[in-house]
Design a protein around this ligand. Structure first.
Ligand SMILES: Nc1ncnc2c1ncn2[C@@H]1O[C@H](COP(=O)(O)OP(=O)(O)OP(=O)(O)O)[C@@H](O)[C@H]1O
Length: 462
């Protein structure tokens, strides 16, 4: 940055220093590093996700305003995380240090790139994982794989929607294996990190080292395998890695956002290998499990929060456990930073944005059926009926596809909502998925239907 740009940021900070209390300034503003200023954009860097989200939600308008005041123009501000700053920031005076510590200890760490011996997050254990109907099958399979690596289920393929605990469960297997005597070599990575390492190995002529690293493990835990889709060369490399580990009778565990067979652009030989062992799905947890998760996380945070408030959060946030956890962290931070107790009114206010997002996500199959039926000028009963004429069969397939796409529901539960079996839904999803790759008009129709179904659900909930 030029001296002039540095001065601009310093001036903005001076302005903020005058408007904010000393404590708040030291805690939230002084820790920010300004990395870049160009025409209309400013890039600010902080040391962890918690700072990023807290600043975005509470101080971004103030920062924007300060920059505008000292420069006479408006900037678009981007807040990015650089984990290497974290240690510097820890040295800052901080009256809420204990909160930060607690929060950091339960926040998921940046995956796949963290330089620790095992690359595993030690908080992701079976002990800290709450079991309920939505994940008990996946949990049992993971336990069995951890207790008898390569003998129980190999490979173990875990799939499900965003933030439902796939990484947690997969890493619990790794942590369990490492906790045993005569522990083996466990390697956890994300598919993206695997790709980056592969490219680096190609560039630096160190493929042999790369291959040795991955092919000689006792357990390979590879996250977000859907990332391989459409990347042929990477698939080729992973195919050989997979074979080497499998032939050595070592354990492979993979996670994905959907079943292997549904990943467009994944080579059939990989699809079939991914299905050799056991495939398990993780679904959205029911409200009881969500309450149990909140209780467990509050214990970890040593946070005393009334049961009715935990219920309130659990009832309203159902789409994603990461979001549930985020809400609890917000409550914990509020209590610790303000020293005030929590009541229902404050809770509603504090979580208003998250709750709004949830409403938008509360999309039901019924709403999708209604939207699709209206669009095709049919009755919902037609979609649920037995008729197979094209004018009904096609809208039915579209509705099934959207149900899969817009909710976290499994194939069997979507099938139930249409009075059909799981295979019919899989077939419908594949058909629509394939059609839309070549049919622009269909893509537009789907996008319109998504908007309408989302809108309708938001109205139903509020
Ligand atoms: N059953 C559970 N018990 C306790 N914590 C859970 C459970 N399921 C998920 N979590 C927590 O929710 C957060 C999100 O979980 P995780 O990162 O494993 O989800 P994911 O399915 O891998 O998400 P993504 O699809 O984004 O990769 C983590 O902090 C994890 O500890």
């Amino acid at each position: 940055m030029t001296d002039e740009q540095k001065k601009l940021w310093n001036d903005a900070c001076q302005h903020l220093k005058q408007t904010l209390s000393k404590d708040v300034f030291e805690k939230w503003i002084a820790v920010i590093q300004c990395r870049k200023i160009d025409h209309d954009q400013v890039i600010l860097v902080v040391g962890n996700d918690f700072y990023q989200s807290w600043l975005e939600e509470h101080y971004l308008p103030l920062i924007k305003n300060a920059l505008a005041l000292v420069s006479g123009q408006t900037y678009d501000i981007q807040l990015v995380v650089d984990y290497s700053l974290a240690s510097e920031q820890e040295e800052q005076p901080d009256t809420a240090e204990n909160v930060k510590e607690k929060v950091r200890s339960i926040l998921p760490q940046k995956r796949g790139t963290k330089e620790t011996k095992t690359n595993l997050n030690s908080n992701y254990t079976f002990d800290s994982f709450v079991v309920g109907p939505s994940n008990q099958f996946a949990h049992a399979a993971a336990m069995a794989s951890a207790q008898s690596p390569s003998r129980a289920y190999n490979p173990l393929f875990i799939y499900g929607g965003v933030g439902l605990g796939k990484t947690h469960l997969m890493q619990a297997i790794g942590n369990f294996i490492l906790s045993k005597k005569g522990k083996g070599k466990v390697c956890y990575t994300t598919s993206e990190a695997f790709l980056n390492e592969y490219i680096e190995a190609l560039q630096t002529n160190s493929l042999a080292k790369f291959r040795k690293k991955y092919r000689t493990v006792d357990a390979l835990l590879i996250d977000d395998i859907h990332f391989l889709a459409g990347k042929e060369r990477l698939q080729e490399e992973f195919f050989h890695t997979f074979n080497a580990i499998f032939e050595n009778h070592k354990q492979i565990v993979m996670t994905s956002d959907r079943p292997a067979g549904e990943l467009e652009g994944l080579a059939p030989r990989l699809v079939s290998r991914f299905e050799w062992g056991l495939v398990v799905e993780m679904e959205s947890p029911d409200v009881e499990t969500r309450v149990a998760i909140l209780r467990k996380k509050s214990e970890q945070l040593k946070l005393s929060i009334e049961q009715n408030l935990l219920f309130y959060i659990a009832e309203r946030i159902s789409s994603n456990i990461r979001r549930l956890e985020g809400a609890l962290i917000r409550v914990a931070s509020y209590i610790s930073l303000t020293g005030q107790s929590m009541d229902m009114g404050k809770l509603e206010y504090l979580l208003r944005d998250t709750l709004d997002q949830e409403k938008k996500h509360a999309i039901s199959v019924e709403n999708i059926q209604k939207t699709v039926a209206e669009h095709f000028d049919l009755r919902v009963g037609d979609l649920l009926g037995r008729k197979r004429t094209q004018n009904i069969a096609w809208p039915r397939q579209v509705a099934m596809y959207l149900s899969r796409d817009m909710t976290n529901l499994s194939f069997p539960s979507i099938g139930d909502s249409f009075g059909r079996n799981h295979a019919t839904v899989v077939h419908a999803c594949k058909t629509v998925e394939k059609e839309q790759t070549t049919d622009l008009k269909l893509r537009q129709t789907l996008s319109l239907l998504r908007q309408r179904a989302g809108h309708q659900s938001a109205q139903t909930v509020s």
